[in-house]
Design a protein around this ligand. Structure first.
Ligand SMILES: N[C@@H](CCC[C@H](N)C(=O)O)C(=O)O
Length: 259
C-alpha cells in the first residue's frame, strides 16, 4: 500500500495529514499511525490527522496522537487541517468541519487560521491549579519562571498522578509576562513529552487566567516554544463563548509512505 501524506506544523506542533475522502486509510491500525509519527522510524509528528468527507460540512477531522490512539480535539491540528483543505481547494477562505468535540468554523487568510473552539462552561480552580476542557482536558499551573520547569518530568508526574486517573490530562505551565500576555509550555498526553505548542492548551490557559482574575483582557497573547498564538473570547453569565484560537498553519513537505 502507498500512502500519500502532507506534513504541516502550527507553531511547531507538527502533523502528518492524509486525505482520506476515499476511505482508504486503515483507521484501526494503531501501530501504523504510531510508526508514521515516529521521529526515528517514520515521518515524525506529534499527531496524525485524516481529512474525511462529511454530509453537510466541508470535511470531517479525525485526530490521532503520536502514540497511535485516536484522541480528543487538537486545536493546532484543526488549524493545520483547514490550511490543508485550502491547499486541496476544498475550501477558499472559510471552513466548517466536524471534529470529535463537535462542529467548528474557521477562516484562513495569509497563512493565519482563526479557529472557533467550543464554548466552555466549567472551570475547576484550586489554589494550586485550574482544570478545564477545551475539546481536550487541560491542567493549568501558574509558575514564576516557565523556562526553569522540567516540563517532561513534572508534567508526567501530574498526568500520571492521582488527580486524573487512567484518562490523564495535558499539563500546562504558565508564566505571566505582562497583562494579557503569557508564556506557556505544555506536556501533551499521547505524545508523553513536551510539544512546542498546544492549541487547546493555550485556549484553556487564556480562559483560566481570565476566569481567575489574572487579567481582564479578552484577547490574550500566548508565547509558546514554537511561536506565538492568540486566543479571544466573550465572557457571558454562563461561561465563555465565541472562543477563537488564532495563529499560523504552515505546509512543511509532502511525500509517499510505502507499507
Ligand atoms: N496538540 C493538541 C492537543 C492534542 C490532543 C492531546 N494530546 C490529548 O490527547 O488530549 C492541540 O493543539 O490542541
Amino acid at each position: 500500500m502507498t500512502i500519500s501524506f502532507s506534513k504541516y506544523q502550527g507553531t511547531g506542533n507538527d502533523f502528518v495529514i492524509i486525505d482520506n475522502r476515499l476511505d482508504v486509510f486503515p483507521k484501526d491500525d494503531t501501530k501504523l499511525v504510531a510508526q508514521l509519527c515516529d521521529r526515528k522510524f517514520g515521518i515524525g509528528a506529534d499527531g496524525l490527522m485524516l481529512l474525511e468527507s462529511h454530509p453537510s460540512a466541508d470535511f470531517r477531522m479525525v485526530y490521532y496522537n503520536a502514540d497511535g490512539n485516536e484522541s480528543s480535539m487538537c486545536g493546532n491540528g484543526g488549524r493545520c487541517l483547514v490550511a490543508f483543505a485550502k491547499a486541496l481547494s476544498i475550501i477558499d477562505t472559510h471552513a466548517t468541519f466536524e471534529a470529535v468535540d463537535g462542529m467548528h468554523e474557521a477562516t484562513v487568510k495569509d497563512g493565519i487560521v482563526h479557529l472557533k473552539m467550543q464554548d466552555v462552561a466549567e472551570i475547576k480552580t484550586t489554589p494550586e491549579y485550574s482544570f478545564l476542557d477545551t475539546g481536550s482536558p487541560h491542567h493549568i499551573k501558574m509558575v514564576s519562571d516557565v523556562k526553569a520547569v522540567g516540563v517532561k518530568e513534572e508534567g508526567a508526574a501530574i498526568r500520571y498522578g492521582a488527580l486524573y486517573g487512567e484518562a490523564g490530562s495535558n499539563i500546562n505551565f504558565v508564566q505571566e509576562l505582562e497583562d494579557g500576555h503569557f508564556a506557556v509550555r505544555t506536556y501533551e498526553r499521547g505524545v508523553e513529552d513536551e510539544t512546542l505548542s498546544c492549541g487547546t492548551g493555550v485556549t484553556a490557559v487564556a480562559i483560566a487566567v481570565h476566569h481567575n482574575g489574572v487579567t481582564s483582557k479578552n484577547n490574550i497573547q500566548l508565547d509558546v516554544e514554537g511561536g506565538k498564538l492568540a486566543v479571544s473570547f466573550t465572557k457571558t453569565a454562563t461561561g465563555y463563548t465565541d472562543v477563537f484560537l488564532i495563529g499560523p498553519a504552515t505546509f512543511v513537505f509532502k511525500g509517499e509512505w510505502q507499507c
